[in-house]
Design a protein around this ligand. Structure first.
Ligand code: SF4
Ligand code: SF4
Length: 384
């Protein structure tokens, strides 16, 4: 099962409505961060490094609903921290469903099975669990820095699927990722019965403990995604704009749309985007009016944006393209009808990648003997 038609229709009619009203800047997905604390401490995380008194704080139900109403986006993504740690997450979700918002509840799924067994949520076309899965078991447990996490998440997903919930996976890829293993992971997730998968390169958060593993060069990002997403299997379903996936494969150029996924958390509305904190304002209107949007995105020359290809900045660009030109619409239809992306060159590179070092040791930049990797073989990238 893919994205329900009702969701496609809601998003399409919302975007067309914004276009007809002449709104150049409009939000597509509200990133609602109800808390920053988490039950994991992933090395690539840029959200959990706050002092304890901040990690203890959370948004109230009223603050969450106020932000959703103020913003007006048809979709609400609830990342964190770990939203299942919020004491009122059941009520927040229930009230958003009443508002007919399409919710992506982003979770590491450690608590998912327990919360489902407690009956905290009911299946709804408006609610999707977007489960953080960074690859097959060994890779995922390494990426999240705790053994046994994959197994817990796997069981949580299985139960959610069996109970009739919508479930997607949400995978962040870092330097040294094994493209063949990622493809096997896609098979495993589709076997598990998820509705679709989402992929994105990680953002080089300056606060994240592991700086070596970020994909800091665009060509390295596109080379990796070309290997992974070319010669695509028919059974793989992605819960993402096909044009965004083409962007990751280096087939399209987009400029970032930072206002597409505005972020609200305990500090207020975050300028300018989900990834970068350049101050906060009290209202969504202030965010839209007071942010110097021209200072952000690749074309601005801002160093924080040069290598970024993350979904929260570029997926809204791809969706806007679909609805703003015949070329964008045709490109989307074409991608949906013939999504194989046959490429003998990518198949060759994928095959060659089997002989290269990947996985945890490659991410650490060492061989199994503890020696530095040879140049060009998933070499470690120095921290900026
Ligand atoms: S699960 Fe998510 S929020 Fe928690 S530490 Fe990992 S990346 Fe950060
Ligand atoms: S390019 Fe990335 S970091 Fe820069 S504004 Fe866009 S989403 Fe944020």
């Amino acid at each position: 099962m893919g994205v329900p038609l009702s969701q496609m229709w809601t998003v399409a009619s919302y975007v067309v409505g914004q276009k007809l009203r002449g709104n150049k800047r409009y939000p597509l997905v509200l990133m609602l961060e109800p808390l920053f604390r988490c039950n994991l401490a992933c090395a690539g995380c840029g959200k959990i490094q706050y002092p304890a008194h901040i990690l203890k704080r959370e948004l109230s139900v009223d603050q969450c609903l106020g932000a959703v109403d103020e913003c007006g986006a048809p979709m609400v993504s609830i990342p964190g921290g770990e939203p299942l740690l919020h004491p009122d997450i059941g009520e927040i979700v229930e009230k958003l469903i009443q508002r007919k918002k399409y919710i992506y509840l982003c979770t590491n799924a450690i608590l998912l099975k327990k919360k489902l067994e407690e009956g905290l949520f009911k299946p709804s076309k408006y609610l999707t669990f977007s489960v953080h899965m960074d690859g097959l078991e060994e890779h995922h447990d390494f990426a999240v820095c705790r053994e046994g996490t994959y197994e817990k998440a796997y069981k949580g997903i299985k139960l959610a699927v069996d109970m009739g919930f919508r479930v997607t996976t949400n995978t962040t890829l870092f330097d040294g990722a094994d493209p063949n293993a990622v493809r096997s992971f896609f098979d495993e997730m589709m076997d598990l019965g998820v509705e679709g998968m989402m992929v994105s390169p990680g953002y080089a958060y300056p606060k994240a403990p592991d700086q070596k593993s970020f994909l800091r060069e665009r060509t390295r990002t596109t080379d990796l995604f070309k290997m992974i997403l070319s010669n695509r299997k028919k059974r793989w379903i992605f819960n993402q704009s096909p044009l965004f996936l083409e962007f990751l494969m280096g087939k399209r150029e987009y400029e970032c749309t930072p206002w597409g996924n505005p972020t609200f958390n305990i500090f207020g509305w975050q300028k300018p985007c989900y990834l970068v904190q350049d101050g906060y304002v009290d209202s969504f209107a202030e965010l839209m009016e007071q942010t110097d949007w021209d200072s952000w995105g690749r074309a601005s020359g801002n160093p924080a944006c040069q290598q970024c290809m993350v979904h929260c900045g570029y997926e809204p660009s791809a969706v806007d393209h679909t609805f703003s030109s015949v070329g964008g619409l045709w490109g989307t239809v074409k991608a949906m009808l013939s999504s194989g992306y046959s490429s003998p060159q990518a198949a060759k590179e994928l095959d060659e990648a089997k002989a290269k070092p990947h996985g945890p040791l490659a991410q650490l930049g060492v061989t199994i003997e503890g020696k530095p990797l040879e140049k060009g073989a998933a070499e470690p990238i120095e921290a900026a």
